[in-house]
Design a protein around this ligand. Sequence first.
Ligand SMILES: *Cc1c(COP(=O)(O)O)cnc(C)c1O
Length: 374
Amino acid sequence: MKIQVSSPIVYPIDFLRVGRALLTREMSGYSKQYLPKFEAEFREVSGTKFVSAVNSGTSAIYLALAALNLPKGTKVAVSSYTNMATFFPVLQLGLVPVPVDIELKNYNMSHLDLEKILDSSFGAIIVVHIFGNPAQMDHIMKIADRFNLPVIEDCAEAHGAQFQGKSVGSFGIAGCFSFYANKLIGMGEGGAISTNDENFNSKVNDLRSLGFGKINKFLHDSDGYNFRMTNIQAALGLSQIAKLNLVIQKKKDIALAYNKILEQNSALFKLPTIAKDRENVVWMYHLALICGHSKCRDHVINEMGKKRIELRPGFIPYSDQGKVLLKFKTNARITPNASKAGASTFYLPTGTKLKKHQIKLITNSLVGIVESLH
Ligand SMILES: *Cc1c(COP(=O)(O)O)cnc(C)c1O
C-alpha cells in the first residue's frame, strides 16, 4: 500500500445528498437546493458577509481580478512562491504580474520586498497563504492602504486559517478558495470568493454567470464567464465544512508529530516555524533540506517513492517558469528566496487517515535517506 500525500475524504451523508441532487434533477449552478446553504455556511469559514461559489480556485482568482476591472498593462504584485494558478489569471487578463519575494521563515510574501517594488503604477496585490500558513497580513494591509491598492488573498491552501484572530479571506477585497480534491475542503473541483464589499460581490456574481441581464436575461449587463459551481459539488461541500475543524486539528497533530521527530535532526532539515500570532492549518507539512541543491531534494523524493511513500516537491516560482515567460514575452524580476525554496522544499504526507506507525515509518525512512546523502 502506498502512503499518499493526501487523499479525498467522503462521508456517508455525501451519498445521500448527491443522490438527492440527482434524484430531484437539481444539478445545475442555479439550483437552490444545496448551493445557497453551502455559500452561507462557508461565510462562517471566511468570516465575511458574502461568499460566491465557483467551479475552481483558479476561476475564483480570475473572477476577483476581473471584477477589479484594471486597465490592461497594469502591474499586479504577486507572491512569487505559489501554484502558478495565482499568476495565470493576471497574465491572461492582460495585466503584468510582478513577483514579490518571500520570507524563508514561512515562504510567504515578504512585506519588505513588497514595499521595495510598489509604486503608483500598480493596481493590486495578490498575497498567498502558502501551505495553510497565513502571511504577515498586518504589515501587508498597511502597505496596501498606503498605496491605496486592493488586496486579493489566495486562500486555496488555507481554509480556516487565522492571522491575529482574523480569518484569512477577510482582510482584502477578496479571498479566493479552492475545493480541489486534496485541499482542506475537497469537493473534486470547486472554488469560492469571499468579500465584505457588497458592490464587489454583485460584480463577481454578474461575471460568474455570463453577465446575464436582470430584466431580459439575454440582454447581457456585461460580458461574463460561466464559472458557476454545480449543485452536485455543493452537495459534497456541506459535510466538508462541518468537518473542517476536525480535519485541521488532525493536520496540526500530524505536523506536531513530524516536528517532534525531525527536530532531532536539525542539521538535515529546515522545519516549518511556529508563530504565536497566526494559526497555520497545515494543508501540507512543507519543509526544506539544508542541502539546498534541487538534486538532493529530487533524490530524496525518488528514494522515498521506491519505499512507496509519496513526497512532492515545493512550487517552482514565477521567475523560473521559462516557457510561460517566453510566451508572454516578459522576464520576471528574480526572487532569490523563492528560487531557493523551489529548489530545496518538499512536503510529506498529511492525510487525515495517517497512523502513528506510518509517521514513524516516514520519518525513519526520510532521515535514513537524507543522512546517506552526506
Ligand atoms: C490549488 C491552488 C490554486 C488553484 O485552485 P484550483 O481549484 O486547483 O483551480 C490556486 N492557488 C494555490 C496556492 C493553490 O494551492
